[in-house]
Design a binder for this molecule. Structure first.
Ligand SMILES: Cc1cc2nc3c(=O)[nH]c(=O)nc-3n(C[C@H](O)[C@H](O)[C@H](O)COP(=O)(O)OP(=O)(O)OC[C@H]3O[C@@H](n4cnc5c(N)ncnc54)[C@H](O)[C@@H]3O)c2cc1C
Length: 418
């Protein structure tokens, strides 16, 4: 991206929504020399080391590299990241496990488990340092587009003139609504129950996922407690009524049911943190580009968490956007023609991914006899075909199209004990 001639707008870009995706977008655009405003409805809570955020993400290597390019990886990895070196996926109905192993894939790690609040906290600080103008707390209330720019109205009464609007305001996006973009999708009738659990054996820097008829149960490795206890973050996809019941039962009962459902190699489950649950659905915006408005992250696509790709797809929207603007240097950053190629690529990746997770959920989260018979064997079969395992992993890691393979070695986070 380069500076263009006489500026007729006070801003190049207005980003609405300062979750992980929006803050990364604002930071990236500012680092490219653009004038950027970031509008956020709520001041994000500060990250605190002794109060881990229940919402964690498995960040893929290409997005680790993006955070590095944005200058945010060092402060994040210095605070707390948990590398994972293996993934093991198996079906409760039997059959072999599908295993992804860093050594066999020639990698030091497959990705990192990072708290949502930590990501937002450090990206937010970097965005401020990079000169992003924050409007917080404030909300977008109006949006109009002209031939050469867009006007954004805020609840505070301010009006911003810009060339590009980035809607990163989450699943219930107001930006999407204001530009009249509809969504389609379906509810999975499930909720994702999240918590931290302490266990007697080390997690071996491994993500464990067991498919159960009601939905997948994942144990994601996390830093040990200050007392040295092994700890993992769980994401348990459950039918809504089951999730509601398991939010209510006492800790002992919860741990007993969790232990039965997991049946995994982490030993006894001894303690559980507070629990929370979020609704699961597939939701795709009909388009991610409407004039000078682009939709990124959950504003454009909400997917099942079974592949840990939700936030990764959103960060890929951002990486692609930054590349598109860099490739076509100069000129009008919000010109729709300039964003068309970005849009085709991202929409295709997001749509294929959302439907693939949908298919996996349909096959694995059900008790019909045929899928039950086949699915364990399918996992085992995939696991016995190294080229297929490698191809699957490269896709999940964002390396299928030659994406970067991670942050620079010197700035990579250190492994925490399980
Ligand atoms: C409760 C919950 C728990 C989750 N847990 C997990 C998990 O454990 N693992 C996982 O992989 N995924 C989880 N997800 C999904 C994951 O959080 C999302 O995929 C990811 O956060 C998307 O990031 P985003 O930046 O696109 O959107 P968001 O994180 O939703 O950020 C959107 C931002 O926009 C702001 N905003 C909204 N409306 C306006 C407006 N009108 N004006 C200005 N600002 C506005 C919001 O305050 C928010 O800060 C969870 C989702 C929820 C709701």
């Amino acid at each position: 991206m380069s500076r263009r001639a006489p500026r007729r707008h006070e801003l190049d870009a207005v980003v609405v929504g300062a979750g992980v995706v929006g803050t990364a977008a604002a930071l990236g655009l500012a680092r490219a020399g653009l004038q950027v405003a970031l509008v956020e409805a709520r001041e994000p809570p500060r990250w605190q080391a002794d109060a881990p955020d229940l919402r964690v993400f498995a960040v893929a290597p290409d997005n680790g590299a993006l955070l590095d390019r944005l200058g945010a990886w060092q402060p994040i990895s210095r605070a707390r990241v948990q590398p994972y070196r293996a993934m093991r996926v198996w079906d409760a109905g039997g059959g072999e496990a599908l295993v992804f192993d860093a050594d066999r894939l020639g990698r030091r790690e497959l990705g990192w488990i990072i708290e949502n609040r930590l990501l937002v906290d450090r990206l937010w600080a970097a965005a401020q340092q990079a000169g992003v103008r924050l409007h917080c707390p404030d909300r977008i209330t109006g949006l109009e587009q002209g031939l050469d720019g867009a006007g954004v109205e805020l609840e505070s009464g301010q009006r911003l003139r810009t060339r590009l609007v980035v809607g990163a305001d989450g699943a219930g996006s107001r930006v999407r609504e204001l530009v009249g973009v509809e969504t389609r999708g379906r509810s999975y009738g499930q909720r994702g129950l999240v918590a931290y659990v302490e266990h007697s054996l080390p997690h071996q820097a491994t993500c464990w996922q067991r498919f159960l008829p009601g939905g997948p149960l994942a144990f994601l490795p996390f830093a040990g407690t200050p007392e040295g206890r092994h700890r993992s973050s769980i994401v348990w996809s459950l039918p809504e009524t089951e999730a509601e019941r398991l939010l209510q039962v006492d800790d002992a009962r919860f741990l007993a049911e969790l232990s039965r459902a997991f049946d995994g190699p982490l030993g006894g489950l001894d303690a559980v943190s507070a629990r929370a649950a979020f609704p699961l659905r597939r939701q795709l915006a009909r388009t991610q580009l409407q004039g000078r408005v682009v939709l990124v992250g959950d504003a454009a696509h909400v997917v099942h968490p079974l592949a840990g790709q939700g936030v990764n797809l959103g960060l890929r929207d951002v990486a692609g956007l930054l590349d598109a603007l860099r490739t076509d240097a100069g000129g009008d950053v919000g010109a729709p023609a300039r964003l068309a190629r970005w849009h085709r690529r991202r929409r295709s990746d997001n749509t294929v991914s959302a439907h693939a997770f949908d298919l996996i959920d349909r096959v694995y989260s059900n008790e019909a006899p045929l899928p039950a018979l086949l699915r364990g064997h399918l996992l085992g079969l995939a696991g016995r075909m190294p080229p297929l395992t490698r191809a699957l992993w490269r896709h999940a890691a964002g390396m299928a199209e030659g994406g970067a393979s991670g942050p620079h070695r010197s700035s990579s986070g250190s492994t925490s004990s399980g």
